[in-house]
Design a protein around this ligand. Structure first.
Ligand code: FNR
Length: 360
């Protein structure tokens, strides 16, 4: 067995060693120059702490509540595609890890295990991530299946009318694996798993005409709460609240869509100020340390989602690896809370961090 990693970055290295180059590049890569990919991580580095001392931190409570679901820490599994490329158990292993860590998993629309397999495998609280295809009835079918199988919310990913230009995938001629939930629902061309071109297939399938008015349609086909993922501006945050979403996910899709999008942590506060507490705000992108989780909460997020580290854990050590990734991040977050003087997540405030724009 490979050495025990001591942080999330070491899991990335183990994943790189474990995976065929094409798959590793698919998981690790970002759009074009990968400027935003680097920025997502580096923008966290520019935020420092204003730690408080002599606070009783003999007991630390990391738990929080997201849409009425109590979870052990404000760390959720982001929707990421094709877990079977990382491990033959696919999303079933990831969901089991989520259940044992008492957190939420957002199952990707492009998952390699089906909604039904994931639901049957464990009692994890799962949300379902939706892309809307030109064939609108597919969304309705998938939403019904998610509801029937006890999924608790929908996450509409709204930053992908087209697929971003990921040059590693172009060079590697990345194959498109099976889209388990879409079997029998798509045309042969789009569902074929050999020799396909990811970008061209996505362009053929995705409904690039999707707009704000379609949120009404989405609400008409489900009773589940809808979160919208991909918000980076105050304007869109206000629109999302106006159309009645249950939550907002500040995200740039892990820097895989529009290069030179801002690092998510750098725009979180803009969104938080616009929303004024009307709906919960989550964020993802570049969270690799417990200190990052703390910084996101201090700037107003209720929780963070983690994408790549989960697939790296899965590739390196299967279900156990995903569990370790979440536990490690929780341990680091707990230590950060102790060292900043915050015995519970409610104690984390804007005053505990200093951004690069603030003078000392
Ligand atoms: C993603 N992401 C993503 N998002 C989504 O809504 N549906 C999806 O199917 C996918 N697929 C996907 C695959 C891979 C390999 C990656 C890395 C990312 C984006 C994901 O939900 C999340 O926004 C980012 O991964 C967060 O950034 P980090 O944690 O990877 O830095």
């Amino acid at each position: 067995m490979a050495a025990e990693p001591v942080n999330l970055n070491e899991f990335q290295e183990l994943a790189r060693l474990a995976l065929p180059k094409m798959y590793y590049d698919f998981y690790a890569g970002g759009a074009e120059d990968e400027h935003t990919l680097k920025e997502n991580v580096e923008a966290f580095h520019r935020i420092t702490f204003r730690p408080r001392i002599l606070v009783d931190v003999s007991r630390i409570d990391l738990s929080t509540t997201i849409l009425d679901y109590k979870i052990s820490a404000p760390i959720i599994i982001a929707p990421t595609a094709w877990h079977k490329l990382a491990n033959p158990e696919g999303e079933v292993a990831t969901a089991r890890a989520a259940a044992s860590c008492n957190t939420i998993m957002v199952l990707s629309f492009t998952s390699s295990s089906s909604i039904e397999e994931v639901a049957a495998s464990c009692n994890a609280v799962c949300f379902y991530q939706l892309y809307v295809l030109k064939k609108r009835d597919i969304a309705a079918t998938l939403v019904q299946r998610a509801e029937r199988n006890g999924f608790k919310a929908l996450v509409l990913t709204a930053d992908a009318p087209r697929l971003g230009r990921r040059e590693a995938d172009i060079k590697n001629k990345m194959i498109k694996p099976q889209l388990k939930n879409l079997e029998g629902l798509l045309s042969t061309k789009v569902s074929s798993d050999t020799g396909s071109n990811l970008e061209a297939d996505a362009r053929e399938a995705m409904d690039a005409s999707l707009s704000w008015k379609d949120l009404e349609w989405l609400r008409s086909i489900t009773n589940l709460p809808i979160l919208i993922k991909g918000i980076l501006t105050r304007e869109d945050a206000i629109k999302a609240v106006e159309v009645g979403v249950a939550g907002i996910i500040v995200s740039n899709h892990g820097a895989r869509q529009l290069d030179y999008s801002p690092a998510t942590i750098s725009v979180l506060e803009e969104v938080v100020h616009a929303v004024k507490g009307r709906v919960p705000i989550l964020m993802d992108g570049g969270v690799r340390r417990g200190t990052d989780v703390f910084k996101a909460l201090a700037l107003g997020a209720q929780a963070v989602l983690i994408g790549r580290p989960v697939v790296y854990g899965l590739a390196a050590k299967g279900e156990y690896g995903v569990r370790r990734v979440i536990e490690m991040l929780k341990d680091e977050f707990e230590l950060t809370m102790a060292l900043t003087g915050c015995p519970s997540v409610k104690h984390i405030t804007r005053n505990h961090v200093r951004t690069e724009h603030e003078r000392i």
